[in-house]
Design a protein around this ligand. Structure first.
Ligand SMILES: [Zn+2]
Length: 306
């Protein structure tokens, strides 16, 4: 890894992260991301260009609007830094290549989607559907997974005629991944709706999974769904457990017997489980990125271990 390149890519990532912040705030609110210039959401004060420098501006203003002194969300700083780190991580893992570009684009979209899902419980079409098209387009220049490159070896010095099957294979893997991902989530959402009577997953999750499928191909898409369900369930269970423990302590402190406290705390925990809305997009997005970078290694290790 060239340190000069890495630093330049990091700075580049900070600027892209700055734009991503604008998208995270404006896209779920149906506002244009181009016009008007950035302004404080509280007082409407326009942010001058010299205060639009990623990270530095936030630090200099100590996270407050220069006009009304209202705090500016630390999310601005976080997204900028994460985008910078993401780009450098892609560079260090893939080198300067089209695969690096593909990984950066995927990670960039996922970062935006994770944060809009957390803040607004929304996954904007402008990100998911654009991502779906980009994922399909990328399958024509970067093999979707190692299956294609294993079946069509020596891709570099072959004639165009021999290249066609590889691209076709990769494209169909991408389309199939999108279809499998979307239908899996669609089925899960339908089952969830029938079982609990509330809408747990929206159509946004289905589109998100179509996008992930187009980038990852079938096998890694299935891996992503499994990993996201697992981490999501663990997160949900530990939330319920945390509610239970906290509640028990509070009830005991009020003078109830431990047995009585456990029972009453269990009732609150069950209620928490009933109304808990898991931001599933966050887990899908996070696991998709992990699967994209480490998924094939993991599957190889897994087949060998079997
Ligand atoms: Zn302000």
């Amino acid at each position: 890894m060239d340190p000069f390149f890495a630093a330049a890519i990091f700075a580049f990532g900070l600027c892209f992260g700055s734009f991503l912040n604008v998208c995270i705030y404006r896209l779920p609110r149906d506002k244009s991301v181009v016009k008007p210039r950035s302004a404080c959401p509280n007082c409407g004060d326009q942010i001058p260009l010299y205060h639009n420098v990623p990270v530095l501006s936030w630090l200099i203003l100590r996270g407050r609007c220069r006009a009304c002194k209202q705090p500016i969300s630390p999310r601005y700083l976080l997204v900028e830094l994460l985008t910078g780190l993401l780009f450098v991580a892609c560079y260090s893992h893939f080198g300067l290549s089209l695969a690096m570009l593909k990984c950066s684009v995927l990670g960039y979209l996922l970062l935006g989607l994770i944060f809009t899902d957390v803040e607004m419980k929304l996954l904007p079409d402008a990100m998911t559907l654009t991502g779906l098209l980009l994922g399909i387009a990328f399958s024509l220049v970067v093999p979707v997974n190692d299956l294609a490159s294993r079946i069509m070896p020596g891709l570099v010095s072959v004639s165009l005629r021999q290249q066609i099957p590889w691209r076709l294979w990769s494209l169909s893997d991408s389309l199939l991944g999108a279809a499998v991902g979307a239908s899996f989530l669609y089925g899960a959402a339908a089952i969830y709706l029938r079982a609990r009577g509330v809408e747990g997953m929206g159509f946004g999750d289905v589109k998100l999974m179509a996008m992930i499928g187009a980038f990852l191909g079938t096998r890694l898409t299935v891996l992503t769904i499994f990993a996201a369900s697992l981490t999501g369930s663990l997160f949900g269970l530990s939330t319920v457990l945390a509610v239970w423990i906290k509640r028990t302590r509070r009830i005991v402190a009020r003078g109830a017997t431990p047995g009585e406290a456990h029972r009453r705390a269990w009732r609150s925990a069950r209620l928490a489980l009933r109304y808990y809305e898991m931001p599933f997009g966050v887990f899908l997005g996070g696991m998709a990125l992990v699967a994209f970078i480490f998924g094939n290694q993991f599957l190889h290790w897994y087949w060998r271990a079997l």
